[in-house]
Write a new protein. Structure first.
Length: 278
């Protein structure tokens, strides 16, 4: 079941990318052609242009979520069916929330011309959410990214709490060994904790990307390679401020080492603080 959920989430990402891609990109852009390769079979029987077939994509995503949730329901034991199905739904909500938060954060990277080729899709995904947030927080600069991420986190917390409360009502007070199902307060705390821990997990992934950037400097990679451009675009905004303070020593970029250590300690401290607080 875990493998099925992973594959479905990958397909959801490709469907979202297809939704924001232009017809020209799907046919000529290398990234768009990859998106088209993984999703075209879903649309081969549709005769309408892309602008019209795009309206089916949200229903396809909902259908995938419903199908895998029902699959979890029928494959679970009778006592755990509702809980396991609820956890699958919460997992999807958390996945979509984190994906949207990443898209909002990566919308800054699109301003770098070397990486815009690959990150323009994230920019198109994240921009509507920043526009929505500006209705409540009138910030015109890129600082709108922070309140947008907070709005998405709050949306996850509310939806996750709603599912937990439905499970609580079904089980008439919850199950004794799952304490956060028994009250609204515990549901809110559990959802907040899981949402914050998911964001901290993004920092862990970022640590590994910075490590990959450090390793790439040892092999003098082709700067035009897609993976190299992506890694450099993701890490340069973080490394540049440190590099101004800590200049390279010969061929060693000490700024990357400082960033890795800082991120590692930050992840450990944040995880411990969140667990203790919630």
């Amino acid at each position: 079941m875990l493998l099925i959920l992973i594959l479905v989430k990958i397909m959801i990402i490709f469907l979202i990318f297809r939704y924001v891609a232009t017809p020209q990109e799907l046919n000529f852009n290398p990234v768009g052609k990859s998106i088209n390769l993984f999703t075209s079979y879903l649309f081969k029987n549709f005769k309408q242009p892309k602008e019209q077939t795009d309206r089916y994509i949200p229903f396809m995503i909902i259908g995938l979520i419903v199908f895998t949730s029902l699959l979890e329901f029928v494959s679970s034991s009778e006592a755990m069916r509702v809980i396991n199905t609820g956890n699958v739904l919460i997992g999807y909500i958390r996945f979509l929330a984190m994906f949207l938060i990443v898209s909002v954060l990566l919308s800054l990277v699109v301003k770098q011309t070397i990486a815009s080729y690959y990150f323009v899709y994230f920019y198109r995904i994240g921009t509507p959410w920043m526009r929505f947030t500006r209705k409540f927080v009138p910030i015109d600069s890129s600082l709108i990214i922070l309140p947008t991420c907070i709005v998405l986190l709050i949306a996850y917390i509310l939806l996750s709490t709603g599912i937990l409360m439905v499970i609580d009502m079904i089980y008439k007070g919850g199950i004794s060994n799952i304490n956060y199902y028994v009250s609204f307060e515990n549901s809110i705390l559990a959802s907040t904790r899981n949402g914050l821990l998911s964001i901290v997990e993004l920092l862990r992934y970022l640590t590994w990307i910075v490590i990959a950037r450090s390793l790439l400097t040892w092999v003098s990679p082709n700067p035009t390679a897609p993976i190299v451009q992506i890694v450099y675009a993701l890490t340069e905004p973080i490394l540049a401020p440190f590099r101004r303070i800590i200049p390279p020593v010969g061929m060693f970029d000490l700024s990357a080492f400082v960033v890795v250590v800082s991120l590692w300690f930050s992840v450990q401290l944040l995880q411990e603080g969140i667990v203790r607080l919630f």
